[in-house]
Design a protein around this ligand. Structure first.
Ligand SMILES: Nc1nc2c(ncn2[C@@H]2O[C@H](COP(=O)(O)OP(=O)(O)OP(=O)(O)O)[C@@H](O)[C@H]2O)c(=O)[nH]1
Ligand SMILES: [Mg+2]
Length: 370
């Protein structure tokens, strides 16, 4: 039996099994088996592509800007129209499906930041399993900093489908990696420590670990209500955790009442826009900017005025070291101290070390060793 058939057989078994307390354990284990077989199948395909010299497995996009945002949605929802509104790009717009066939980049300039926006071909149900260009689209989505889910005002229910496809390719939107630490060892067996109540028994944790070939390991579970799916995510180590925004396009075709109706049916926050007529585009830019959690850092060269024209755009949580690395690799090596003016400093001109964390609109001077 091939891998695909094995997976199918286990999936069938899960479908046939009623979910209750008595079968929970069994189903958990079957899920782990499927996840492991899928990974094996992925690895085989990758090996085969390499062996046959089978070109690149994705679109050729060079990353640029301070962050990358990707537009994901079904065909004809208005992704290309939106790209053209947000950036200076000119992606082809068509009244028929699958107008866009590759990744088209554009640069959005907003509040001093440069955000790369990627227009993508539309995805359809089964994308994660390889339908259409789905796999290529979704694998680029994994490398983005933010996913914009674009919905057509008349098909808001597609949100579930898109979420399912993203999930299927290993993307976990709007969630953090489960707090589970694995300290692998060469002997000593498995020791499992629950530091929070979980939905999964110690025995199931053990069996899932064994399914993944982990025999000697100290496991520390801090995640509250850890499920078997989350444990599988931890063990699969190819999951991408990233934020998302949902956009409802073509609102020019409906009235306010209709939009409120959508709000109550999809139970998800969204930003209503009309890409074509440029309605609410600035509000969307603002949301994108906020979601990317940028901070602006102004450079002041020793003895000179602060450069307020071109702030350095960093992600929230950036340290002085990150700023140094943005300037040049050699800066860290020659770093002596930095001086800060702004909210992260106790007083203007405070001397700080390389680990100091910056806050939006800080001014910084870096002093190097001579
Ligand atoms: N009424 C209305 N039509 C829109 C809006 N935005 C886009 N359209 C139309 O919707 C159709 C599809 O637009 P595209 O931007 O090509 O859609 P897409 O999502 O890029 O489509 P694919 O590349 O095929 O996946 C075109 O006829 C657009 O003119 C909008 O805000 N309102
Ligand atoms: Mg398009």
């Amino acid at each position: 039996m091939g891998l695909a058939e094995k997976i199918k057989a286990i999936e069938d078994e899960i479908h046939k099994t009623q979910i209750n307390k008595a079968t929970e354990h069994h189903i958990g284990l079957l899920k782990a088996k499927i996840a492991r077989l899928r990974r094996e199948m992925e690895e085989n395909t990758q090996r085969r592509t390499l062996a046959t010299g089978g070109g690149s497995s994705g679109f050729d996009v060079r990353k640029g800007g301070d962050a990358t945002v990707i537009l994901i949605g079904l065909p004809s929802v208005g992704k290309s129209t939106l790209l053209n509104r947000l950036t200076n790009a000119k992606s082809r717009v068509g009244s028929y499906q699958f107008t866009t066939l590759t990744a088209i980049p554009g640069m959005m300039h907003y509040r001093g930041s440069r955000v790369q926006v990627l227009d993508m071909p539309g995805i359809i149900e089964g994308a994660a399993a390889g339908k259409g260009l789905g796999k290529k689209v979704l694998s680029i989505a994994r490398t983005a900093d933010l996913i914009l889910i674009i919905l057509d005002v008349f098909h808001p229910q597609h949100l579930d489908l898109i979420k399912k496809e993203l999930f299927g390719i290993g993307i976990r939107i709007d969630s953090k990696p489960p707090d589970v630490a694995l300290e692998k060892a060469s002997s000593g067996g498995l020791s499992i420590n629950f530091l929070a109540p979980a939905k999964i028994s110690e025995k199931l944790v053990q069996e899932v670990l064994l399914e993944y070939g982990v025999r000697n390991c100290r496991v520390i579970i801090r995640e509250k209500d850890l499920s078997v799916d989350q444990l599988i995510d931890v063990l699969s180590d190819n999951r991408a955790y990233m934020p998302s925004l949902t956009v409802l396009n073509k609102i020019d075709l409906v009235n306010q009442g209709f939009i409120r109706e959508v709000q109550s049916t999809i139970g998800n926050d969204f930003i209503p826009i009309a890409a074509d007529a440029a309605v609410n585009i600035d509000a969307l830019k603002e949301e994108i900017y906020n979601k990317l959690d940028f901070i602006r850092v102004y450079m002041r060269e020793k003895g000179k005025d602060t450069d307020y024209q071109e702030p350095m755009i960093m992600q929230n949580g950036a340290s002085v070291e990150d700023v140094c690395n943005r300037i040049h690799r050699s800066v860290v090596r020659n770093f002596r101290y930095a001086q800060i003016w702004g909210r992260s400093a106790k007083f203007g001109g405070q001397k700080v070390g390389i680990d100091h964390l910056l806050i939006d609109e800080d001014v910084i001077t870096i002093t190097k060793k001579i």
